[in-house]
Design a binder for this molecule. Sequence first.
Ligand SMILES: [Zn+2]
Length: 474
Amino acid sequence: MKVYNTLTRKKEEFKPLIPGKISMYVCGPTVYNYIHIGNARSAIAFDTIRRYFEYKGYEVKYVSNFTDVDDKMINEARKEGITVPELAERFINAYLEDTSALNIEKATLHPRATHEIKEIIEFVQALIEKGYAYEVDGDVYYRAKKFADYGELSHQNIAELEEGASEHINEEEQKRKEDPIDFALWKAQKEDDEIAWDSPWGKGRPGWHIECSVMSTKYLGDTIDIHGGGQDLEFPHHENEIAQSEAKTGKKFVNYWMHNGFVTVGKDEEKMSKSLHNFVTVHDILKEIDPQVLRFFMASVQYRRQINYSDENLKQAQIILDRFKNTLTSIDYRLKDDTNAKADPKLHEAIMSTKQKFEDAMDDDFNVQNAMTAVYELLPIVNANVNDEQVDKTELADFKKILSSWLEIFGIDCGKLVAVETGDDDAKIEALVKKRDEARKNKDWAKSDEIREQLKEMGVVIQDTPQGTRWSRE
Ligand SMILES: [Zn+2]
């Protein structure tokens, strides 16, 4: 199995530290608002990756944090007239609601920065003792140049980094820092009402990057298999995580760095941003769009590629999902009817060859598009079989099982997909369908048409198949 490693810019053979087990850390959201589709993309991409590892039989320990204190949290809480923990509670709950609607599995652990303050302080202190950090008036900074590999992940040298940093630094920071590329590990409290904790450097709070180094090493160990996040986290966030962690432990922090691509919005494929007013939250989308469709759409683009969020692309995902649904529904009907089974070695062969293609594609850095194409090409073969007078029920039941396991990787629950809406008038509909079947048997076409019309008015669609009449709600 091959995985693209951002650190080496190469697809590498994947080998976990412990055979059969995978440790995975994925940077989570800052919980000051509902998650936007960029956050959802990252959560879906790594959930899909995790599910494929589980499909392959790996035991995955998956840690994803909540950043529940930072400038954005403090500003938003102030605006709303509530405390930072109250704000965090509200949007952690919203996150869990939205991700559960998208069928994203809960992490093995969801640690929060504010629950790890003691460990964060100890970590910062260790960096000061080793000469990698220094205190200035209650702030603590990381001495980036002292870490020899600084810039390796984002492929930048110190001169480039210094040029970039000097463009953003303000005068006040300039005075405090030894070097413009140094970054904050601990920030002194600025105003009395600002959330803060006691520390050896006075009252303050952690910088953003340090929490991930602390949580990753605490819950998964000094070296882990996979660390993931959006492309925008490559620099400075992940670069700084490496510098902090490796300086403290003296060991390699992460074996495979994985980054998901951006989301663009609309026909013009604009990058999503608040200033462009195309900032789409999952909370809003799910008022209008079936979560299964959004999930399937986002999971079926390879994680490193850019996703274009548009009505057109969502519609396309809906069409494909409907085809899977139709095939699964037909199989369910055939598994219930009383035709005799006949073994069909050709169908068996086609399913096995698709399984191989599916796994080959997924083993190639999670090429979900090729994997889905292979499955999609199998559908006409299965559909033809389903419509045969005699079907191989064992084979169809096996296919249903394997298709369900593939779609599950994409976050689609097949039980939910084919779930039929039940209503108070089910018995009445069944009776009408039966009456129509009798009319057809007696070649009473006028009567049969009349009943079809009556059903149509009730919002029921009739489908005549060689194995009998099927009905569904519009
Ligand atoms: Zn992080």
